[in-house]
Design a protein around this ligand. Sequence first.
Ligand code: CMC
Length: 392
Amino acid sequence: TGNVTLDGGFTNTASCTSAITYIDGDAGILRYRGYPIEQLAKQSTFIETSYLLIYGELPTPTQLAEFEGRISQHTMLHEDLKGFFQGFPRDAHPMPVLSSAVSALSTFYQDSLDPFDKEQVEISTIRLLAKLPTIAAYAYKKSIGQPFLYPDNNLSLVENFLRMTFGVPATDYEIDPDLVRAVDLLLVLHADHEQNCSTSTVRLVGSSQANLFASVSAGINALFGPLHGGANQAVLEMLERIEKADFSTDEFMTKVKNKEDGVRLMGFGHRVYKNYDPRAAIIKDTAHEILAKTAGGDHLLEIAMRLEEIALADDYFIERKLYPNVDFYTGLIYKSMGFPTRMFTVLFALGRLPGWIAQWREMIEDPTTKIGRPRQVYVGEGERNYVPVSER
Ligand code: CMC
C-alpha cells in the first residue's frame, strides 16, 4: 500500500495549511491572525477577537456593532430545543449536554446546513456564537434544578451568559464589571490554538462535508477529555485531593515523578510549548488578582504555587520541558468566580468556539481540501483460513 509513515499522535504531521493562528512553541509565541495574544488579552474583547478569527481582520466600529447586533438577535433557543434539557439525568455533566444540544441544532435549522452556501454558513456561524452561551447556562441550570432565564439582548454576550448562569427570575442580577472583564479575558485566551485535538476533530469531521453544527458538536466531545479541555477540571480536583490527603504537596510530586498509578501533574506540559505557555503567563497574574479579591489567599492557590515552585526547579520537569499550561490556573479562577468544577470545560468550549468556526470555514473554503483519511501500519495476523465454530 505504498509508503506510509507512522506518526502516532501526529507529533510531526501537518494536516493542513492555515492562516489563522501562529504558534512558536520554543519561543512561547501565540498570535491570532498575526496579533500577539498579549495585545489581544489587554486591548481586545472576546466578541472582537471572534470576528478577527473568523473574518481575518479586526472589525471597524460599524462592522463590530453589526456583528454584535446580529448575534444578539439569535441568543434564544427554540422552545422545543429547551425541552431536550429535561431528558437528561439531573446529575448530567454539562459537556455532553452541550455537545448533544449543538448536534440537535442540525435538526432545527435543516434549511441552512449546506457547507458550500455562504449565506447558510454565515447564519449558522451567528446562531452558534449566539446560542452556545444560552445552551451552556441552561445545562448548568438544569443540573441545579433552577428555572431557565431568557436571554436579555440589551446585555453583552458575556454579561448575558453570567446573568443566565447565576441569575434567578424576578430578582435583579447585579453585573460585576471586573467579573465580566475576567471571563472575557479567559475566553480571548482560549479562542484558538491551531490544530489541537478538538480543532483537528472539527476539521476531520467537516472534511466529510458534514455541517458546521455536526462538526462543532464533535469538537466539544473531543474537548471533554482530561488531557485536553477537561484538564482545567482535573487540575482543581487534583488540588482538592492534595488538600484533603494525608500526604504532603512534596510527597504528591514524588508520586508524579515515579509515575505511580500513572498520576500526572495536571495543568503541566504541552505538546507544542516547550518553554512556557504564554496564556499561562497572562492568566497567572489574573489568578492572583481575582483570588486576592474574592477568597483572600485561597488555600488551593497556595498548593498550586507550591506545586509550580517544585516543578520548575526539578530535573524531571526540566528535562521533559514541562511548564504550566493555560489550564493550571483557570480552574482556580473559575472556582473563585462561583462556577462549579463541572462548568470549567464548558467555559473552555465557549472560548474555543470562534476558533472551531474559523478553522471549519477555512477548510471548507479551501479548494484543495480532501476528506481526512489517515493511513495505518497494519500489525495484525497474516492471511489464515476460517475454522467453523464447531471445530474451534
Ligand atoms: N506530569 C508528569 N509527567 C508528564 C506530564 C505531566 N503533566 N506531561 C508529560 N509528562 C511526561 C510524560 O510522562 C513523558 O515522560 P517520559 O518521557 O518519561 O515517558 C514526557 O513527559 C512526555 O510526555 P508526553 O505525554 O509524551 O507528551 P505529549 O506531548 O504527548 O502530551 C500533554 C502533552 C499536554 C497531553 C501532557 O503534557 C499531559 O498529559 N499534561 C497533563 C494534562 C494537561 O494539563 N492538559 C492540558 C493541555 S493545555 C490545554 C489544552 O490544549 O487542552
